[in-house]
Design a binder for this molecule. Structure first.
Ligand code: NAD
Ligand code: MG
Length: 394
């Protein structure tokens, strides 16, 4: 008989009801001796949160939308779980003592709670790439100041992390971020002009939340990931390339000065990078068919098309411009994606919104959290009225 004396890892899960959150809980469910859930948070989906909290019995359950408070309190009344609502409560959940916080809220809305987790938890597993895009410098500074271990959950960055020689950064020649190309990889710009939200969220390989699915269709997702990689792996922006790989099997590569190129491969299933971050530095089993390369037979690669997917160019330009530009890029993109999903603007208007708002004014600073939030709010305000009569950025 083997006796496992190791204490369970205490997990705070920010954004538990989303695609990454649900995958994370699936893994925790299969490893009850390894993980204890300390806190669960959701945006609006109170029924899903109640259901999860009843199963995983966290110390605290938080709903970001204050109007969900009463339903949450009623749903968990018979259990010893602290219930709270609103943005401050999200931060309180992130500040509970835990070993690992998994940041899976979508968008800059997750920034304050994720930053709080960086200050409290020894390890933060980051799915929320928008945190690094809108506040990369100050986020990484908080990571360094607090000595936090930051583990990427985004599949490309998890791949890079697994093959990146952090002790010999000068031997890294380049990082190659792979991109599936999304559902419109073969479409002309004229076809994309009339793309519907339903077509845009139908990703060929990955099952994900709506926002990131639209980002994959515009390829802004790869632009956001370029900025994310720039902060996580400090090799210089010019050394980070994008390569289209439609099968999503090679999750990214690192090239070294001696000509070696190391890659991490796997099926397109977020459970693998999530499991890697949850168990790190160990590994846990993930169920499913082993990767069968003979069956897949062909892995294809092609250069990205910046003409049909201008979001890639716009994101790199924002990274090169620095200052407030990445914050503006992220905020304008979040609003434009929401407006596209609400059928207020067309698919190609997403990158146009972002590009026009970036062109307006970039003199703002975004060095402190307050400055980031102010820049973010102003870019959102402008993006909301983009394309309407009298807007500043028509
Ligand atoms: P999702 O939309 O499925 O889930 C988002 C979660 O955040 C939900 O729990 C939702 O309730 C919560 N939320 C939404 N708005 C909120 C708010 N204002 N305040 C507090 N909570 C809020 O998103 P997802 O696909 O799981 O993605 C989560 C993050 O992970 C994103 O940043 C995304 O880019 C990143 N990511 C996702 C995948 C994927 O496969 N889904 C892969 C790589 C990276
Ligand atoms: Mg990714």
């Amino acid at each position: 008989m083997t006796i496992n004396n190791k204490a369970a890892k205490r997990i705070t899960l920010l954004g538990s009801t989303g695609s990454v959150g649900v995958n994370t809980l699936d893994l925790i469910r299969l490893n009850p001796d390894r993980f204890d859930v300390v806190a669960l948070t959701a945006g609006k989906d109170v029924d899903a949160l109640i259901f999860q909290a009843r199963e995983f019995r966290p110390e605290m359950a938080v709903i970001a939308d204050p109007s969900g408070y009463q339903a949450l309190a009623d749903g968990l009344r018979d259990l010893n779980i602290t219930v709270a609502a609103g943005p401050e409560a999200l931060i309180a959940a992130a500040e509970l003592p835990s070993d690992l916080a998994l940041a899976a809220i979508v968008g800059a809305a997750g920034l304050p709670a994720t930053l709080a987790a960086v200050q409290t938890c020894s390890t933060v597993a980051l799915a929320n790439k928008e945190c690094l895009v809108c506040a990369g410098d100050l986020f990484m500074e908080a990571v360094r100041r607090n000595g936090t271990t930051l583990l990427p959950v985004d599949s490309e960055h998890s791949a890079i992390f697994q093959v990146f020689d952090a002790e010999n950064v000068q031997s890294v020649e380049r990082i190659i971020l792979t991109a599936s190309g999304g559902p419109f990889r073969d479409w002309t710009s004229a076809q994309m002009a009339t793309a519907t939200p339903q077509q845009a969220v139908a990703h060929p390989n990955w099952s994900m939340g709506k926002k990131i699915s639209v980002d994959s269709a515009t390829m802004m997702n790869k632009g956001l990931e370029l900025i994310e990689a720039h902060h996580l792996f400090p090799v210089g922006e010019q050394k980070i390339e994008v390569l289209v790989h439609p099968q999503s099997i090679v999750h990214s590569l690192v090239g070294y000065i001696d000509g070696s190129v190391l890659a991490q491969l796997g099926s397109p299933d977020m459970k693998t990078p999530i499991a890697y971050a949850l168990a790190w530095p160990e590994r846990i089993a993930v169920a499913g068919e082993p990767l069968n390369l003979a069956k897949i037979s062909k892995l294809c690669f092609e250069a990205p098309d910046f003409k049909r997917f201008p979001a890639l160019r716009v994101a790199r330009e924002a990274l090169q411009a620095g200052g407030a530009a990445p914050t503006i890029l992220n905020a304008a993109n979040e609003v434009a994606v929401a407006r596209f999903l609400a059928e207020e603007i067309g698919f190609l208007d997403i990158y146009r919104t972002v590009e026009d708002i970036l062109a307006l004014d970039q003199s703002d600073k975004s060095d402190t959290l307050d400055e980031v939030l102010a820049v973010d709010a102003e870019a959102r305000r402008l993006a909301m009225s983009w394309g309407t009569v009298g807007s500043a950025a028509e």
